[in-house]
Design a protein around this ligand. Structure first.
Ligand SMILES: C[S@@+](CC[C@H](N)C(=O)[O-])C[C@H]1O[C@@H](n2cnc3c(N)ncnc32)[C@H](O)[C@@H]1O
Length: 262
């Protein structure tokens, strides 16, 4: 997947904000506070700056570096920053991990990124963060679980096919998809970090109709590409799901990970 648009990112930001585990966020903030004022945080795959907007109110004196390969999203992030913010934006492709400037950073952050990334990327990033003795706050890693309040007979098959699509290369190697959370835990625990995790599911109801619609449409498109479900069956599933967004609810599982040097 490439080309994340602001419509999708704007729709998911309130759901992400409600889903983020508060204790892990506070753990990241406490780690930054120990670094003193003006600690440097780097947000990887920043989009329009959702992670900054979630963290900065708790850590207002931070310096930020926002990294993304999409110039339009970086421009939008810049447009949304307050004049007082100490933030630089960097256009970079994370595939070139060696070229990424992580010197003196205290914390790397990311939201909804690592399910797009490969195991090699996670391992390489872990090495780079250990070298800096920097922490990682990685929120909203999709965990492979989607459930609706009203069942459709194809739900399990659709989620299975969607999860196999999630593992396709999204530009950072064979994607971890639902394995992102465990891969992060293993990589940082193996390097002696203190690793904490918490579930951070979306709980989408009638207040998130537009997000539900885009999510269902995106799922259906991805599943269609796998060819695992026939076109008429998938169309029936999508029709039922779209009809239900206002009266039903949907839970999408995520895992937040906080990994800090001991
Ligand atoms: C699902 S979006 C999440 C954006 C943002 N973190 C948020 O929570 O709203 C994934 C982001 O990763 C960026 N991204 C994906 N692959 C990338 C790569 N190879 N290098 C740099 N950024 C990348 C995308 O442009 C997008 O902004």
């Amino acid at each position: 997947m490439s080309g994340f648009d602001t419509t999708w990112l704007d729709l998911r930001e309130p759901a992400d904000g409600a889903a983020r585990d508060a204790a892990l966020l506070q753990g990241a903030v406490a780690w930054l506070a120990r670094a003193g004022e003006a600690a440097l945080a780097v947000d990887l795959g920043c989009g329009t700056g959702s992670t900054l907007r979630a963290v900065a109110p708790h850590a207002p004196k931070l310096r930020w570096r926002l990294v993304d390969n999409d110039p339009a999203l970086l421009a939008e992030a810049t447009r949304r920053l307050s004049a007082a913010s100490d933030v630089e934006t960097v256009q970079a492709n994370l595939t070139d991990l060696d070229a990424l400037d992580l010197a003196w950073i205290r914390l790397a952050t990311a939201s909804a990124l690592f399910d797009l990334a490969s195991r090699d990327f996670v391992e390489g990033l872990a090495d780079r963060l250990v070298a800096e003795q920097a922490g990682l706050y990685a929120a909203l890693n999709y965990d492979g679980n989607v459930a609706w309040s009203e069942a459709h007979p194809l739900d399990a098959a659709v989620v299975k096919a969607f999860n196999s699509h999630q593992r396709r290369d999204k530009g950072l190697g064979a994607a971890l998809g639902p394995d992102a959370g465990p891969a992060l835990v293993n990589a940082f625990a193996a390097r002696g970090y203190d690793v904490r995790t918490a579930s951070s599911p979306w709980a989408l109801d009638a207040r998130a109709v537009s997000l539900q619609r885009l999510f269902v449409a995106g799922m259906a498109d991805a599943v269609a590409e796998t060819g695992e479900i026939t076109t008429p069956e998938l169309a029936d599933w999508q029709r039922m799901r779209m009809e239900n967004v206002e009266r039903g609810s949907c839970r999408v599982g995520h895992l937040d990970v906080l990994a800090l040097p001991r």
